[in-house]
Ligand binder design. Sequence first.
Ligand SMILES: [Zn+2]
Length: 457
Amino acid sequence: MPSLHNVLLIATYLLNLCDRLILFMAASQIETQDKPTVNESRVLYDGAQVWKVKLRSREDIALIQELVEKEDVSIWKLLPKKAIILVQMDNKPKVRRQLSSQGLRHTVVETDVQRRVEEQKVEPVAWDDKTLRVGKDKTQLGHRMIWHKYPTVEVVQEYMNYLTRNYPSLCKQEVIGKSDENNAIKMLTISNGNPKNKGILLVSGSHAREWIAITSALVILHVIVSQFDKQPEYVRNKDWHVIPLLNPDGYRYSYIHDRFWRKNRKNISNTHCKGVDINRNFGTDWYVTGVSEDNPCKELYGGPHPFSEPESIALRITVERLIRRRVVAMVDFHSFGQLILYPWCARSYPSRDDRVLNATAGQMRAAILEYKGRYYTAGRTYDAIYPATGVIIDWVHSSGIRHSYVIEGRDRGDHGFLMPPAYIMEAGQEMLIAVTRLAREIDKDFIIVPRSKLHWF
Ligand SMILES: [Zn+2]
């Protein structure tokens, strides 16, 4: 006869087994949920490499542009002195030949692109009502955000929901619009409720493949919300409006199908190509011949007309509303290049706020340098990198928000879009340092410019 003790042991063992089975089933269910719902194949980068090419002249830039035009390479970054390019396996000998025929040298900065792509993604983890309850009495839902892998669209939203539920006196969440594929575009506002607060708007994820920009906005949310009382006065006296994922369709596509997708996923009539570059779809200086791309198959395609995309419209309406709620600054996060940029992007002459913009961008640059010694470059977009049209920061600036910046985060091309997820927290902290310095600066001498005076822009 088995003793009572043994019966209990066997029962506990069976219960444990049962629990594991339930967890396993939950995990497989999530795996199924996270799989693509659309029947589109994955783009693989087996054998592809990332090269850094030193440039010396206009002829060198022209050669890179020619390689892009012939689709021998895709461009990650093209600056006056260097290009970062992705070269598919089969094209390597040809591209190498062409570069060396013009005396151009390159270094391989990433030898195995597909492996890096796989390493960045999160493993589906068990998630049901029981497994992630939090709080003293386990009554509240948790989240699956871990800070050493990039989150899926669902996890980004879970995390925003979690903050809203668990810090109700600080956080308010709203859906500011729906994407082309009907995904919610969400904004979380952190505020101590003082109606005199000025506001700062932070946006990220307009470009799908710039994952580190998206997690940086999440790190900022995480730190400000969870340590609100420890923040300096100039952080606590602001309303922080954060849109971490402006382009959820593109990000989902980048996560599941093609890691280096940039645009949204809009179907364009009369072509097999998809997608509009949201950050070329805004109404200020939209489409300038010779600068803009009018071809839907190109990465910088700005759409059939300004504000043709639901994502751009959602941000436009939000900005117009926030201006009335004392929002005085906007930062749009991107990657990569370590640049702090301000308007204009499409005009060769400075904004009339150039002095203030330059000084504030310089302050953000200094704050990052003081933090851990990392160098960023600050400048006007048109001069610092290249002319760009229909850009968010130009439209925001011309709409009356004087402080309007892009921060292109880490790095300068060694990892580029493939920033290892181990740096999520560190890179996010760097962006936090920059925007908190901005929060300090705008308290100094801010004069509200009446909108009517900005009409000549
Ligand atoms: Zn970008």
